[in-house]
Design a protein around this ligand. Structure first.
Ligand code: NAD
Length: 383
């Protein structure tokens, strides 16, 4: 039994439509497990520009800081595209990430057996990984892949010194990392591996870059504290190849901001379903499982399908499951939500974006449902 405060920012477009079923799932789950969740609804993004003239109104950041976690839908849309930079909805996300100090971005990429046909890889590759490392259990995936990319989010090339020469004909960006920045994100990744299949791959470019050599040095120190985890190292060029030639070998990949940006997009496309994918951005915290985090689906506000009851809410519901695991320390509850999502897909329910993807049945056992019905089915499947 726990008392937790959860900030909610539904945002724009399909944001409110996907947050609503995710909250319904949390309400049902809290009831089932005897927890008390308090929800603090807040406005940010385009809707806040309309109402308050700015994407992140006064006081929102401070209110979120008092919560255990933030569950966010999506922000933005064509209506606000012509606004000057500092008034654009995306500024709210950047200000929240900066203000809340979230430095580790976690992006799972799971190939669910029910959506196997959506994966652009050949069946022979998906059947691939050796038995001792084949993803099993959490998602019921018999083979394929179930990996987690942990990307450093607030350092490296995207935040380093940059500039142009006087004439503008040469330019530079700098990759700078401190031991502390590397150490804290590695620990998030190693802790995550302890809840999974206990394998970490540190991805760098240590054959060329000095900053990568520091990553490796620090990783070799940190891995001593995790003797139960198998750790290996890969150069990023090799990792990019291995992701498409043998994705089942990976459990947790930990890497820098730049490499993580690229590899996490590569991995997400392998799952073939943007509406299904959750993410977490974690900040400093005490015990593993009690870090503050921002949880959001990886998709945007999808204005093309907003208000049509067509949005897939599963990416947001799975983001809520990550919140239970990483910020509230409720592993059993997180698994319950993940299994419910799996069961609903097994039963053949599909939103439009994931319909007719099941090669084995040719989509014959599928039933097309809207956002609300999909959310309600997940609640029924919580057991
Ligand atoms: P998008 O992710 O919103 O949509 C891309 C495509 O995927 C669209 O065809 C959309 O219909 C579909 N899609 C996305 N989520 C879906 C879901 N849950 N169910 C079914 N289909 C889904 O990306 P975009 O079109 O490039 O961006 C739209 C707006 O969202 C822009 O204003 C962009 O700036 C913003 N955006 C916000 C975030 C965020 O809030 N984190 C992230 C990306 C984009």
């Amino acid at each position: 039994m726990g008392n937790y405060k959860i900030a909610l920012i539904p945002g724009d477009g399909i944001g409110p439509e996907v947050i609503s079923p995710a909250v319904d799932v949390l309400v049902a789950l809290a009831d089932k497990f005897g927890h008390s969740f308090t929800y603090i609804p807040l406005e940010a993004g385009g809707c806040a520009v309309d109402r308050y003239g700015k994407p992140l109104p006064e006081g929102v950041l401070e209110t979120v800081r008092e919560c255990h976690a933030l569950l966010l839908g999506a922000v933005g849309g064509p209506k606000w595209d012509t606004l000057p930079g500092n008034r654009r909805p995306e500024q709210a996300l950047l200000a929240l990430r900066k203000g809340l100090g979230v430095f580790a971005n976690l992006r799972p990429a799971i190939l669910l057996p029910q959506l196997r046909d959506a994966c652009p890889l050949k069946e022979a590759i998906l059947a691939g990984p050796p038995a001792d490392n084949s993803p099993k259990g959490r998602t019921g995936t018999a083979a394929g892949f179930d990996l987690l990319i942990v990307r450093e989010l607030t350092g490296g090339l995207y935040f380093g010194r940059r500039g142009r020469s006087a004439g503008g004909n040469s330019a530079f960006d700098t990759e700078t990392y401190s031991r502390k920045e590397i150490d804290r994100v590695l620990r998030v990744g190693f802790d995550a591996a302890r809840r999974r299949r206990r394998k970490v791959t540190v991805v760098d470019k240590a054959n060329v870059l000095e900053s990568s050599r520091l990553w490796r040095e620090v990783a070799k120190d940190v891995m001593q504290e995790y003797p139960d985890i198998t750790t290996d190292f890969l150069y990023v060029d090799n990792a990019a190849m291995q992701l498409i030639s043998s994705p089942g070998q990976f459990d947790v990949i930990i890497t820098s901001n730049l490499f993580g940006d690229i590899l996490s997009d590569e991995a997400s496309v392998l799952t073939g379903s943007i509406g299904m994918l959750p993410s977490a951005s974690l900040g400093p915290g005490g015990e593993a499982g009690s870090r503050f985090g921002i949880y959001e689906p990886i998709h945007g506000s999808a204005p093309d399908i907003a208000n049509k009851d067509m949005a897939n809410p599963l990416g947001t519901i799975l983001s809520a499951a990550m919140m239970l695991r990483y910020s509230l320390g409720l592993e059993q509850e997180a698994l319950t939500v993940e299994r419910a999502v799996n069961a609903v897909l097994d039963s053949g329910l599909r939103t439009a974006d994931i319909a007719r993807r099941d090669k084995t049945t040719g989509g014959q056992n599928e039933r097309l449902v809207g956002t609300g019905e999909m959310g309600a089915a997940v609640i029924r499947a919580l057991n």
